[in-house]
Write a new protein. Structure first.
Length: 140
């Protein structure tokens, strides 16, 4: 019994005091391109229902955003796709990013493998004249 407790204390905790989160891995995405605000299903292992579970969309040009998970279980999670913002022009546009799952706690982050080449499509554009949709909403 004492051996089991000592083994857990030595091997069951990381140096920062948190417990091991297991093998956090993404195996597939339901889509490899999507419009902002649409949802994607991520399949993998080691997911938790922890509130600190986020999906990180990033590229190597300073774009990075952590999106809270909408729904999760041990092998699947659902997340909304964020808009892509070109960090040089500060404009919304289409962009290619990496996707990874991250578990955050107060002292550490645990990250999955990256799925490369996920394409965030352009935001939808209204074909109505400026103010037309608002005016219709007000008059209804």
């Amino acid at each position: 019994m004492i051996f089991a407790i000592v083994f857990f204390l030595i091997n069951g905790c990381k140096k920062d005091g948190s417990s091991d989160v297991g093998n956090l891995t993404i195996s597939s995405l339901s889509k490899y391109s999507a419009m902002p605000a649409s949802q994607i299903l991520i399949t993998g292992t080691g997911f938790t229902t922890d509130k600190q579970l986020v999906v990180r969309f990033s590229n190597n040009l300073d774009y990075q955003i952590d999106v809270p998970v909408f729904q999760a279980n041990g092998t699947q999670l659902i997340v909304s796709v964020p808009p892509f913002i070109n960090t040089a022009t500060e404009e919304f546009e289409e962009g290619t990013v990496s996707v990874m799952v991250v578990i955050k706690n107060n002292t550490a982050e645990y990250a999955s493998n990256k799925i490369e080449n996920f394409e965030i499509l352009n935001m939808p554009v209204s074909l109505a004249n400026d103010g037309r949709v608002t005016l219709l909403f007000i008059n209804s």
